[in-house]
Design a protein around this ligand. Structure first.
Ligand SMILES: [Ca+2]
Ligand SMILES: [Ca+2]
Length: 454
């Protein structure tokens, strides 16, 4: 009998530890086996430690073999938490610089945004440049997902409002100019053009809004101030012209389209060299008139003259009215405020008149030449319209202060002209016709006052 010695080697004891028993889908768990010298995982791996990324709950087995060739097995289960699905949106993805946008995230329990958007499901942000925001959504298991939303930021237009002058005298006009591209909108009723003409009578700030092709807007403003060595004296008066006169204190505006932009009294006999002009004719303008202010103590002395606009209701206003229809007076620069004066009204084919009374200037209620009592020698110097109003006699071709056969000759020489601004157009309708003769004829012997005749 032989005896056999059986050597019993130490048994292997397999053990697996995991970096985490539960992980989020997509995460790595490190499994570490011990208890032997070689390892065989059911994943096919043979190292003591393996990294696994299960997508569902998974049990991993390992067979451990020690140096004696003894084996043992162990297993470990890794459970998977589902991940949230993050979704980032925004109430708008294109904004103008300075605007804000509301971001929104869904899919998690808590959220964290980058680029300073903070935490929360719906932060409000105001990026100054194009920005992509990434949100990390975390669910109750602590698993996360990310999503992104990109916001496009359009720069603002370079709005610029400028003025041809920023310090003016009352009655002067200023051109405002907008730049910065796109569309323009001025306040103060100035419309949408790139340029606007204004004649403020008080310090005024003009606001401009510029909107570019992206719809982004910016504003600028320019102020025009009254800063003048002289303070104007506002002269208000009311006067009607025969020929243009209709009824009820109103004149027609048949001549409006033909009225020159520059005042027409720069020729003989007036030789008035004022620079009054308009860039567009107000549709209620009847014609230019020449207003003269005379001294109270000597009504033969003309203190100052000014060409002005006669409107269809008889009011006489400064040329600046053409760009500022809130103006209701004529601005004189060389009168002494509070002094009394006589007012003279001249028109290029009518008999001039002078007030019967002096008036303290500036006057707040218009000196009313439509009333005979206010006209010197009204019984011979104005025509009575029969409706309570009086007006200047038409028919003084050449404006020398007398209506004679010479005036007829002037008319006759122009007879037949149409659509022109003519002296022989006594009824002021743009044409010289027999109707003008009919206007002239009843006045053919009128003689104006020596005092104001040329
Ligand atoms: Ca005449
Ligand atoms: Ca006519």
């Amino acid at each position: 009998m032989t005896q056999e010695t059986i050597v019993v080697g130490a048994a292997a004891t397999a053990n697996i530890t995991a970096s985490a028993a539960s992980i989020c889908a997509g995460e790595i768990a490190m499994l570490t086996a011990s208890g032997g010298s070689t390892y065989a995982w059911d994943t096919g791996d043979n190292s003591a430690s393996i990294n696994v990324t299960p997508t569902s709950n998974t049990t991993y087995n390992v067979t451990v073999t020690n140096s004696n060739g003894c084996t043992d097995t162990d297993q470990i289960s890794i459970s998977i938490f589902s991940n949230p699905t993050a979704t980032a949106t925004a109430n708008r993805i294109t904004i103008c610089e300075g605007e804000s946008v509301d971001l929104s995230a869904t899919g998690g329990n808590t959220y964290a945004w980058d680029n300073g958007a903070g935490a929360g499901a719906s932060p409000s942000v105001s990026p100054n440049v194009n920005t992509t925001y990434t949100v990390t959504a975390t669910n109750s298991n602590g698993c996360t997902d990310t999503d992104q939303i990109s916001i496009t930021v359009n720069a603002l237009p370079a709005a610029m409002a400028s003025a041809s002058q920023t310090a003016i005298c009352v009655g002067e006009t200023v051109t405002l100019t907008a730049s910065g591209g796109g569309n323009y909108q001025w306040d103060n009723g100035l419309g949408t053009a790139a340029t606007a003409t204004v004649a403020p009578t008080a310090n005024t700030t003009y606001n401009l809004t510029v909107t570019d092709s992206n719809g982004c807007s910016a504003t600028d403003q320019v102020s025009v101030n009254i800063n003048c060595s002289t303070t104007p004296t506002n002269v208000r008066l009311q006067v009607l012209l025969e020929g243009a006169y209709d009824t009820g204190g109103q004149m027609n505006t048949n001549l409006t389209a033909l009225i020159p932009n520059n005042q027409p009294y720069n020729i003989a006999p007036w030789n008035y060299n004022g620079t009054q002009n308009i860039t567009s004719t107000p549709n209620n303008m009847v014609d230019w008139v020449l207003v003269e202010v005379r001294a109270a103590n000597d009504n033969t002395i003309a203190v100052e003259r000014k060409a002005a606009l006669l409107l269809d209701d008889g009011s006489v206003v400064d040329a600046a009215y053409a760009v500022n229809n809130s103006i209701n007076s004529v601005f004189f620069n060389n009168l002494t405020s509070g002094e009394d004066y006589f007012i003279v009204v001249r028109h290029r084919n009518h008999i001039a008149i002078i007030g019967a009374n002096t008036v303290a200037l500036p006057n707040t209620s218009a000196y009313d030449f439509t009333q005979a009592a206010n006209v010197l020698d009204a019984n011979s110097q104005v025509v009575d319209f029969g409706d309570g109003n009086v007006g200047l006699f038409a028919g003084d071709y050449g404006s020398n202060g007398v209506i004679t056969f010479t005036d007829f000759n002037g008319y006759a020489a122009e007879l037949g002209t149409t659509n022109q601004y003519m002296e022989g157009d006594f009824n002021m309708d743009g044409s010289v016709t027999i109707a003008d003769f009919n206007t002239y004829m009843p006045n053919a012997s009128v003689i104006g006052l020596d005092l104001i005749r040329y």
